[in-house]
Design a binder for this molecule. Structure first.
Ligand SMILES: [Fe+2]
Length: 298
């Protein structure tokens, strides 16, 4: 029985021993149960006597509330307890101002690939309002390692009209960390916005993507109804490309990753392997990412 103990597909599966966004806290109504499908099980979330969140599902997971989100910790087969709380992003106002979500019809790593592929934005999300593939240009991006991932050094966005919503002098800083949390800080002198993209495995072949925003500016609250159809459209484009990717899966016997375009995903795979090694050996996680300038045309 060589494969009996092995998980279904470790190659594309979400890493264990990490926190994932399981729900948006505002969905939990007092005295009511909120059901969420994640990790191949059903989470039944409700508030306990002290207002704390608990999972009363058939296979309960450790859950924690932070920054308006309900996080669930994915244990290994030994079912150990989480050694620390969920990651803190310090989103402005600590309140979720905006969330849209969609179910991507593909395994976890395929969803991560979409999050990290530099060609994803201009090709999958080409929109006259946002940008188009006709504005292709050579880019050089500087990356540095962070504790659990990597950060793209702050830069001024050049060809994205949507950033103009928060005014001039905009700086953008994009971070990525395990399991697959993408944070985008958009800021200028007067405003600060945090966009958080999260992925949660629903089962072996579907992944939930959430686009969450934090801000404090009342002006942004005014424009937020206009951002919603835009975000919804983006997420539907993500669903569409994932559908195509799965349709092509039978021909994708061997994965081909190329530098520098796939370097972010290569780093993700290395971090995931190192995370599994560190957990198995009880040693500290040593980030395999090294500072680098990556070049591509997008
Ligand atoms: Fe996308």
């Amino acid at each position: 029985m060589p494969d009996a103990a092995a998980p279904a597909d470790t190659h594309t599966a979400a890493p264990e021993g990490l926190w994932y966004v399981a729900a948006i806290a505002s969905k939990l109504r007092p005295g009511r149960e909120h059901a969420e499908r994640a990790f191949g099980r059903t989470l039944l979330l409700r508030r306990g006597a002290q207002g704390e969140v608990i999972d009363t599902g058939p296979d309960p997971m450790p859950v924690r509330e932070s920054e308006g989100l309900i996080w669930a910790w994915l244990p290994g087969p030994e079912g150990e307890a989480p050694p620390c709380g969920p990651p803190v992003f310090n989103g402005p106002g600590a309140k979720v101002r905006f969330v849209e979500e969609a179910l991507l019809p593909g395994p976890y790593d395929d969803a991560v690939y979409g999050l990290l592929d530099p060609a994803h934005g201009p090709y999958v999300h080409a929109s006259p309002l946002w940008r188009s593939s006709r504005t292709l240009r050579e880019k050089a991006k500087d990356y540095v390692p962070s504790a659990m991932g990597f950060t793209m050094q702050p830069h001024e966005p050049k060809n994205s009209a949507a950033y103009k919503l928060i005014g001039g002098g905009v700086q953008v800083e994009i971070g990525f960390q395990l399991p697959a949390l993408r944070s985008e800080w958009i800021s200028n002198k007067s405003n600060k916005v945090l966009g958080l993209t999260t992925l949660t495995p629903v089962d072996a072949n579907s992944t939930r993507i959430r686009q969450i925003f934090y801000w404090e500016s009342p002006l942004l609250s005014l424009v937020s109804p206009f951002v919603r159809p835009l975000t919804r459209g983006f997420l539907q484009q993500d669903v569409h490309i994932m559908t195509l990717r799965q349709r092509a899966a039978p021909w994708r016997k061997r994965e081909m990753l190329i530098r520098d375009g796939d370097q972010l995903f290569i780093w993700y795979r290395r971090m995931k392997a190192e995370w599994a090694r560190a957990r198995a050996s009880g040693q500290a996680f040593e980030n395999p990412v090294r500072a680098a300038t990556l070049r591509w045309r997008t």
